[in-house]
Write a protein that binds this ligand. Structure first.
Ligand code: ADP
Ligand code: MG
Length: 321
């Protein structure tokens, strides 16, 4: 069991940022309104995610660490309309198999605190905690030195963590997020549901002011979001966030379409800051491609790309730059 979890950890948990992603997605699935992420030493020392969500009932706490013990899929039908972010029941067991984990949780009644290390329960006790869940992960990869070797410099790992928390915050304007590193606040969002204010929280007020609202729809797709003026660019694609049906996804063709929409307004090697939310028929989206679930396969991908490119091109043209 521990070995199977370590193998699965190899797929799901590649680096500190993967731990952060899985924990924050669990907090989102639990209907949290506030999610605070604290990391130290780029997540190699500690990763802590505090949420005010549903919590886990006392009887279920240990189940959460069992493989494929997801509470989110009840039957085959659910698999075809996965709304929650996690659904494989692999994240917590995988993380616990390669780290030191303390989970404190309460569904409102009695709180529980469990401590696991290398997949084994070290300690479990009743604790009085407010409703919600706090997961603290230490000593990541302590028992899998081969994994540790793949971890990059602290600066790179921290950039990856910021990246994922930024994007999850941008995908959920209704949730108040904060991210702190070594005790310093990196960003926070208000959680008031406004996308532009969320962008201001994540990327700064001045940057948010240099962004244009876009909105367009055709028979297949509905787009809305914000795109930066060509004067606000970055040297990396990290600042392009595409959401499909509310979920942050990675798709090379759609990124390309966004950049193409700027045409010659964009200098070579520069990339815009974009948050683009696309709503489309979920049946056209296959999220089941990779365990980390960020890469998606899309039917009508080229149609969507053309629509995005055209929408951005027209919106920029309206500004008469
Ligand atoms: P999955 O998210 O795929 O179901 P995980 O291993 O990530 O699997 O989590 C296992 C289970 O633990 C979840 O299905 C959920 O019931 C519970 N859980 C994990 N994190 C939280 C949280 N922050 N709040 C409430 N429940 C949680
Ligand atoms: Mg999960």
């Amino acid at each position: 069991e521990v070995l199977a979890n370590q193998i699965s950890a190899g797929e799901v948990i590649e680096r500190p940022a993967s731990v952060v992603k899985e924990l924050v997605e669990n907090a989102l699935d639990a209907h949290s309104r506030q999610i605070d992420v604290h990391v130290s030493e780029a997540g190699l020392k500690t990763i802590q995610v505090i949420d005010d969500g549903d919590g886990i009932a006392a009887d279920d706490v240990l189940n959460a660490f069992k493989r494929h013990a997801t509470s989110k899929i009840h039957n085959r039908k659910d698999l075809f309309k996965v709304h929650s972010l996690g659904f494989r029941g692999e994240a917590l067991p995988s993380i616990a198999s390669v780290a030191d984990v303390i989970l404190e949780t309460s569904a409102g009644l009695v709180g529980q605190r469990v401590h696991l290390r290398g997949g084994q329960v070290v300690d479990q006790k009743v604790s009085t905690v407010r409703k919600g869940t706090t997961v603290t992960v230490k000593d990541l990869f302590f028992n899998t030195p081969a994994r540790l070797k793949y971890v990059k410099s602290p600066a790179t790992e921290l950039a990856n963590i910021s990246d994922i928390v930024n994007r999850l915050a941008l995908s959920h304007p209704e949730v108040a997020f904060s991210l702190a590193h070594n005790g310093h606040l990196l960003f926070k969002t208000a959680g008031n549901g406004h996308l532009q204010q969320t962008i201001a929280g994540v990327y700064g007020v001045n940057n948010a002011k240099k962004m244009l609202a876009v909105r367009a729809e055709n028979l297949d797709f509905k787009l809305h979001g914000f795109i930066s003026l060509p004067e606000l660019t970055r040297s990396s694609r990290r600042y392009i966030t595409v959401l499909i049906n509310g979920r942050y996804i990675k798709n090379f063709q759609l990124n390309k379409a966004i950049i193409a929409g700027y045409g010659s307004k964009l200098m070579v090697g520069r990339f815009p800051v974009v948050v683009l939310a696309i709503d489309m028929d979920p049946l056209l989206v296959d999220v089941n491609v990779h365990p980390a679930k960020q890469e998606v396969r899309l039917s009508k991908e080229s149609e969507l790309g053309d629509f995005i490119q055209q929408t951005i091109y027209q919106r920029i043209a309206q500004e008469n730059l």
